[in-house]
Each structure stands twice: as C-alpha cells, then as structure tokens.
Design a protein around this ligand. Structure first.
Ligand code: ZN
Length: 230
C-alpha cells in the first residue's frame, strides 16, 4: 500500500499509513530530539524566526544529524520579511544551510515570506545541486510558474491559492500539514477533488516525488511497509 506523504509537519503523531517528515527547529527543538523515534523520517534546520546568536554551534548540530538515515531534509530554513531579524543575518543562515544541503545531496525545505526576489538571487548564486522545496506555498500562479521554472518544488498545506494548486505539475508538488493538527489524508482528498484527479494516483505520484528526490530516500524507502486506511 502506497503511504501518504506529508513532507512537512510539526506533529509527533504519525499514522502508519503515512510518511510524515517531522520538522525540528534548531536550537529551539533540540531537547525533543533526545526522545525522538529515529525510525521515523525527520528534517532539521535553523528557522529564520529562531536564528541563534551562536549559529556555528547550531550548524554543527545539523552536520551531526544530516548523516542519520532518517534525516531526509534540511530546513525549514529561509527568508521572512515580516520579522525584525536583519535580512543579512537571515541570508547568511539560509546560504549556509543551502550549501550544507547541497554538500550532502539532501533536499532543502524552504520557508519564504515576501522575499521571493532575494530567494531567487540566492538560488542563482549558490546553484544548489540538491532539490529545493518551498513549503506552505500560497502564492499566485505567476509566482508558482517562476519558481517552477527555476527548478523549485512546491508544497501545499491547507491554505493555498487554488489556481496555483491546479497549475502545479503533479511531479513537482508535495502536500503537508505543517502546524495543523489535521490528518494528511483529508488534504489529499481535498486536493484530488480540486484537481479532478484520482486520489490514489495523487498519493502514488507524491510518493514517487519523494523517492526521486535523492538516492538516500530511494534506499530508505525500500522495504518499508505501510498499513492502508483506504
Ligand atoms: Zn513549519
């Protein structure tokens, strides 16, 4: 049975019919990692809202976890114009994480609020070799197309622009619950209705999208079995 993929979640509850990539924000969530079930996938990163003064230590933590078989992405990391943190500090933290992700050929999960030009400039400058996924994308179709043309993947949560969701190619999209405490399968049902596509196909495509992100995921996903709830 193909599992539901939830590419970005802050919830601990994971149904065995899904693969949920639990996000840990460093250093804020560092204590939670001590009791984490490491058979479950997770991502780890320095969020622009919580950039520590001693960033080198947090980058060391990222380097420590990045080689773990269940650590499947760096992030969420990114740029946010609605917060007070200096944009240069945000850029520095973001670039370091983009380079780290590239160095380890691991996907990068991106948080971006009103800083799309800055994001694209950094992307052009760093030229990451690993896939970059914009999480919680709510932008209009024009922005979606621009990001897709650059090579980004788009991940949609419960709040989205319907036209962007419809127009995003199925092989470049993910779905996520982020901070919502709602089951991911309800989002798959909603999205398959809006896109007029079969839910099973959507589920299979999102699973393939995850598997195709890098070799580590292909290896990690091999042999895992999942219960069905559909
Ligand atoms: Zn999040």
């Amino acid at each position: 049975m193909t599992p539901y993929i939830n590419i970005h979640s802050h919830q601990d509850d994971i149904h065995n019919s899904e693969i949920s990539v639990r996000n840990f924000i460093i250093p804020k969530d560092e204590m939670l990692l001590t009791s984490w079930d490491y058979s479950q996938f997770f991502s780890i990163g320095i969020h622009p809202w919580f950039i520590p003064t001693r960033i080198t230590e947090s980058l060391q933590t990222l380097r420590h976890f990045i080689t773990h078989p269940s650590c499947v992405a760096i992030g969420e990391s990114g740029l946010d114009k609605l917060i007070a943190t200096d944009m240069n500090i945000q850029k520095e933290a973001f670039i370091q994480q983009m380079e780290l992700a590239s160095e380890h050929d691991i996907p990068l999960i991106i948080h971006c609020v009103k800083a799309w030009n800055e994001l694209i400039d950094i992307y052009r400058q760093v030229r990451p070799s690993s896939p970059c996924i914009i999480h919680g994308f709510r932008g209009k179709p024009e922005l979606a197309h621009e990001l897709l043309n650059h090579g980004f993947y788009l991940s949609f949560g419960f709040k989205f622009n319907t036209d962007s969701l419809i127009q995003c190619p199925i092989d470049r999209m993910f779905l996520e619950t982020d901070e919502e405490n709602l089951p991911i399968n309800t989002l798959y049902t909603l999205v398959s209705e809006i896109r007029s596509c079969n839910e099973k196909l959507l589920k299979e495509q999102c699973f393939n999208n995850l598997r195709n992100l890098n070799k580590k995921l292909q290896v990690s996903l091999k042999g895992r079995t999942f219960a069905g709830n559909k």
